[in-house]
Design a protein around this ligand. Structure first.
Ligand code: F6P
Length: 257
């Protein structure tokens, strides 16, 4: 049974941080798999944590998904007071519904904070030749430079099979993802239980290696169903990562119920 008292939560945060070897872990009481308000609380916690990470001038790279879409709704104009905020999608399209796409999430974040945003127009799953010519487009080059200059990254983490199913994943990629025992997904990269990348959705923008150099990184993912995914991703996550998760995921990862 869930024991949502404060000292219990602090213990979970401490134990997860220890296990994952990352900078900070914030645990929200409850389980976002079964209660929508918990996902909103994750979003609020992200807004708070983001506020304390901001400089005067910020470029914030954001990924897609329902958690980030929910986070966008929780941002307020207090965040943008006396600061410049520019929201950019972290990567090109990786097959989400429009409302859960990073471009749309960035627009909402900008609107709610009085900041601005830029759009990266890249179709999903295009061939190498098209990508190469897109990369030569001045407008695309410009936004890619902004993405590379981002000082903060906000991202979601998903269960590998759930994400592969939610996207229009080709049969051959589907086969690879399951044969390689992928359990987690973030940024279009699929990870096995050891945190090794076993598949990558080909697109432009931030690459996972870009995360390791001097950026603040906030990961937001909760729910018991994401326990394996979060644990796997954190095996190779940048040390400076701040994880915002919930009690459902935390207890499942630590096997304390
Ligand atoms: O597709 C974008 C993305 O951020 C994935 O990288 C991640 O696995 C997923 O969304 C998380 O989605 P949700 O918050 O809906 O579980």
């Amino acid at each position: 049974e869930m024991m949502s008292n404060l000292s219990g939560i602090r213990q979970l945060e401490h134990d997860l941080k220890q296990l994952m070897g990352i900078a900070e872990v914030i645990v929200i009481p409850g389980d976002s798999d079964t209660a929508t308000f918990v996902k909103e609380e994750l979003g609020k916690a992200c807004a708070d944590r983001l506020k304390s990470s901001l400089n005067k001038d910020n470029i914030i790279a954001v990924t897609g998904g329902t958690t980030m879409a929910c986070t966008a709704e929780m941002l307020t104009d207090e965040l943008g007071e006396k600061r410049k905020l520019l929201f950019v999608p972290a990567r090109g399209g990786i097959g989400e519904d429009v409302k859960n796409q990073a471009n749309v999430i960035c627009a909402t974040m900008a609107e709610n904070t009085g900041g601005s945003h830029r759009v990266l127009y890249v179709p999903d799953q295009v061939g190498r030749e098209v990508y190469e010519s897109l990369l030569k487009e001045p407008a695309i080059k410009e936004i890619l430079q902004l993405i590379k200059a981002s000082n903060i990254v906000l991202h979601g983490i998903g269960d590998a099979i759930t994400m592969a199913g939610r996207r229009r994943t080709s049969t051959s990629s589907m086969k690879k993802i399951s044969e390689e025992n992928a359990v987690g997904e973030a940024f279009g990269y699929y990870f096995n239980e050891n945190g090794e990348i076993v598949h990558k959705v080909p697109t432009i923008g931030l690459q996972i290696s870009d995360l390791h150099v001097g950026r603040k990184v906030i990961a937001v993912a909760g729910g018991k169903s994401k326990a394996k995914a979060i644990k796997a991703y954190m095996k190779s996550a940048p040390d400076q990562t701040v994880l915002i998760t919930d009690e459902g995921a935390a207890r499942e990862i630590l096997k304390v119920h």
